[in-house]
Each structure stands twice: as structure tokens, then as C-alpha cells.
Ligand binder design. Structure first.
Ligand SMILES: [Zn+2]
Length: 247
């Protein structure tokens, strides 16, 4: 069946001499893979629209296995991301994470919207650590392994202060902190931010400014958490970590 499908290209692979296999995360049918015939030829009309990060509208023959892209039109190329190596690294990371944690052909309008908002934010803004972490938290929820951040994971208390325990899977209140000697001690502000990341979509955020040390701490917590529960190795994360060390 030929369908008009709006989506974002999250992965491409060469297929033979001239074709590409393109993975698209779409609004209508979720994630799917499709062959783009001739897309490797530089003069092909398909070449531009089947690059990673392209947000476009595609005419697709949808099959139960590999679909076929018949035509495509760029809605937004996210060019500012392409032109900046750091933005590219962040965008590549969230797309790879999305690819790993989202099942094929299982549409999720919320995650789709959050991904587009996050990509757009990366393209248009100087600082994007917070939107990226907010999106990661949404993906952790989608993957079914998100931390408990609205109360103590052990006793349910909402009384401050909290620490964050990777092993216990979320916040621990003062009475329960002894359960994990390795828990991160966090300020009330950071506990509130973790809750915000888990419960609010990016569309509700205007601007957030945060001290670098707070961003670094939240980054460290989410990384430790993903390493423990995420299950998939994320190649592009290695490059991001190298960039971080250069900062
Ligand atoms: Zn407790």
C-alpha cells in the first residue's frame, strides 16, 4: 500500500552500489526500515531526502518486511545541526538511542513529538544539555526502566533531602539513604529537576539556565543509570564523551 508518511531519518546504511536502507521514525507507523533505490547516486533526487537528520514527507510502499521509499520531500533539513560538529554529535546520540529503544512499527506520538522538539531545540539554540536529558528520560520511560524520581523509591516518602541511587533505581530519602552507600548526594534543586525531566514535555519549557556543575552532575547520574539499565551499547555516546573531555 502506498502511503504518505511524515518522519525523521534516524539511520542510513549503504545497500549495494547504489541503494540505501533508511530507517525512519514516523508519526503514523512508528519506526520502519525502507529501501531507497538509487539514493547513493549523488544526482539522485532521493540522495538529499534520505540523509540522517532529515525531517521529511515520504511516499512509501509499506510492507511487513522492508518497505520501499518511492519519493521524498524535505520539510526541514535541520541544517544548523549538520553544520556544527557538536550539535551533530548530540543529534546522532539521541537518534541512535531512539533507534535502540523504540520497537519497529509501534507508533508513539508523544515520543515522536518530543524527538522533533529536541532536534529543533538543538538546531536553534546554543545550549541543549537539558532538552537532551529530558528526552533521554522520556525514552527511559518508554523502555520501561526509568528511575523513580517523584518520591523515595524504597518507602514512598516525598520528604527532602534525597540522594539518587542507581542500584535502587531512583531517589532515596534521608531514612533510606543507608541502602546504597554509593548513592549520589544531590541538592533539592537537582531532585526537583529530575522530577521535571520525567514529568514534563519539552513544549512546556521556555528557557532553563543552569550552572555547569549542575548540568555535569545530572549528566553523570543519567549516564550511570543508563549504563546500569539501558542494555544497549550506544556507539555515538563514546564520541560525545570525548567531546565532553575537551570542554
Ligand atoms: Zn525512603
Amino acid at each position: 500500500m502506498l502511503e504518505k508518511i511524515e518522519g525523521i531519518v534516524i539511520k542510513t546504511q549503504d545497500y549495494g552500489e547504489t541503494h540505501k536502507i533508511v530507517t525512519i521514525f514516523s508519526k503514523k507507523i512508528g519506526k520502519f526500515a525502507a529501501i531507497a533505490k538509487g539514493a547513493k547516486k549523488p544526482k539522485s533526487r532521493m540522495a538529499a531526502v534520505t540523509q540522517p537528520f532529515i525531517y521529511g514527507e515520504f511516499l512509501v510502499y509499506v510492507h511487513s518486511g522492508l518497505s520501499t521509499i518511492q519519493q521524498g520531500e524535505i520539510i526541514y533539513s535541520l541544517r544548523p545541526i549538520r553544520e556544527d560538529i557538536i550539535k551533530t554529535a548530540y543529534a546522532a546520540y539521541i537518534l541512535e538511542l531512539t533507534d535502540k529503544l523504540i520497537d519497529e512499527k509501534s507508533p508513539d506520538r508523544f515520543i515522536y513529538d518530543q524527538l522533533l522538539l529536541t532536534m529543533d531545540w538543538i538546531a536553534e539554540n546554543v545550549s541543549y544539555d537539558i532538552p537532551v536529558m529530558m528526552y533521554e528520560m522520556k525514552l527511559f520511560q518508554k523502555g520501561g526502566f526509568a528511575p523513580i524520581v517523584h518520591h523515595c523509591v524504597n518507602c514512598g516518602s516525598t520528604e527532602k533531602p534525597f540522594s539518587f541511587s542507581v542500584a535502587e533505581g531512583g531517589l532515596l530519602c534521608k531514612r533510606c539513604m543507608h541502602l546504597d552507600q554509593l548513592a549520589f548526594s544531590i541538592s533539592d534543586l537537582l531532585a526537583r529537576l529530575l522530577h521535571l525531566f520525567a514529568s514534563v514535555g519539552l513544549e512546556r519549557i521556555g528557557t532553563i539556565t543552569m550552572k555547569d556543575e549542575n548540568i555535569a552532575k545530572l549528566r553523570q547520574i543519567l549516564d550511570a543509570y543508563y549504563d546500569h539499565y539501558g542494555g544497549y551499547y550506544i556507539k555515538s555516546k563514546k564520541f560525545l564523551n570525548q567531546l565532553d573531555k575537551l570542554k
